[in-house]
Design a protein around this ligand. Structure first.
Ligand SMILES: O=C(O)CCC(=O)C(=O)O
Length: 401
């Protein structure tokens, strides 16, 4: 291969890294593609930005346009750099989509971009800025995803997604039986099942400690799709905070509107601290108390005001076997069960970033036999694995710990 061909490969590799880092929102990786004294120019304002100024602009883009994709029409190596014609497709935080055509000329030295001139359609730029600052169009229903990638995009854009058909008929029957057995066993032992302070009456049945109740529940908390989405929302390292069931019953009222990370003092950071994967074991309908949520509440930095009841909520209707995933900031509640004779089983697996204390003290409750057969992933999410906040205790652990 000639030196010229190798250089072309390097330049095209750099172009690929640069645009895919922007797609993924990785500011450090974008920064690494620029030379420290790089200059970035746009025809729309005629301003020459420094690397840091451009990274600030990209920070705005990452925030306002959580989903970005480049459709590369042409990418050509040229002496000293490359040319690219592309269309950037994006979804704004308020769910609006846009497509922005552009042409760039990039000068590269020693494997880094030293100058980038970008020609944009000024009407598209104005439309993007106006759309980003306009009020969110409220969702009339939660978005539905056909696969993990769509679910991730919806979580970024709306903080919520519904995926149908995750559990089949036999699996649902198995889970229902485990719930029935759990309720019976807790009832026999005198464990509280009704009338918790967060419920409006004594009709709903709350079943806690699912991890220790049946293997099938342990399989749900580490279901690969659930884990993929959890990691997308709160990062690679996370803890299971709680896993419980809520069985609504005819006549049960709505639970108070809340956000799952509501115990974290306001103002919350601009990223979610927690995520809830809800398993619909029965059909979720308006009648039987489908969970309800407030559209766009994932953009909030605090929970709903206590006592205020005028928030508009949207039902999360979905067939049995679906999961719905909500980032920890989404305001939601159990809907009222207004049916004559229908119960509704929902299981709620609640995961948090590793620096938040779980609601359930797994170290005091998980029996040795459950731990012994737990996968490394389950052990880690229960707090028995590597501690990503420091792992300092590893200095003192014995080999068999
Ligand atoms: O049962 C539901 O629909 C929601 C339950 C919930 O939000 C909770 O337990 O925190």
């Amino acid at each position: 291969m000639s030196i010229a061909a190798i250089r072309n490969d390097d330049v095209l590799g750099l172009a690929e890294r640069f645009f895919s880092s922007i797609e993924r929102g990785e500011a450090d990786a974008v920064s690494g593609c620029y030379a420290p004294d790089a200059r970035i120019w746009h025809n729309t304002d005629g301003i020459e930005q420094t690397r840091e100024e451009n990274l600030a602009t990209l920070g705005w883009l990452f925030r306002e346009v959580p989903e970005r994709r480049y459709e590369v029409i042409a990418r050509h190596p040229v002496p000293g750099g490359f040319l690219q014609q592309h269309v950037m497709h994006g979804t704004l935080r308020n769910g609006k989509t846009f497509a922005m055509p552009a042409c760039i000329i990039c000068r590269v030295e020693e494997g880094r971009i030293v100058r980038l001139d970008e020609y944009l359609d000024s009407a598209s730029v104005t439309a993007l800025v106006e759309a980003a600052s306009s009020r969110a169009a409220p969702l009339a229903a939660p978005p539905r995803a056909r696969n993990a990638e769509e679910a991730k995009a919806q979580l970024r854009a709306h903080g919520i997604t519904v995926i149908e058909g995750v559990l089949g008929k036999d699996e649902l029957a198995r889970v229902r039986e485990a719930v029935r057995a759990g309720v019976e066993s807790d009832g026999t032992k005198g464990v509280q099942l009704h009338g918790f302070p967060f419920d409006p009456d004594t009709r709903n049945t709350r079943l806690f400690d699912l991890v220790n109740k049946d293997k099938v529940f342990r399989q749900l908390v580490e279901h690969p799709l659930a884990i993929e989405l959890v990691q997308q929302v709160i990062g690679k390292d996370f803890l299971l905070s709680n896993f419980s069931g809520n069985i609504t019953a005819p006549g049960s009222g709505p639970m108070g509107l809340h956000a799952d990370q509501g115990y974290v003092p306001a103002r919350w950071p601009s990223y979610p601290l927690a995520v809830n994967v809800a398993w619909a074991i029965d059909d979720f309908t308006v009648e039987n108390g489908a969970t309800r949520f407030v559209a766009s509440s994932h953009g909030s930095t605090e929970g709903p005001q206590p006592g205020r009841t005028d928030y508009e909520t949207v039902p999360i209707e979905c067939p049995a076997g679906s999961i719905f995933v909500m980032d920890g900031r989404v305001w939601h509640e159990t809907g009222p069960n207004v049916s004559k004779d229908k119960t509704r089983i929902g299981l709620f697996a609640y995961y948090v970033r590793p620096f938040l204390r779980p609601q359930w003290n797994w170290d005091r409750t998980v029996p040795r036999e459950v731990l012994e057969e737990a996968s490394p992933l389950l052990r880690a999410m229960l707090g028995f694995g590597h501690n990503p906040t420091g792992s300092l205790d590893s200095l003192y652990l014995r080999d068999d710990d």
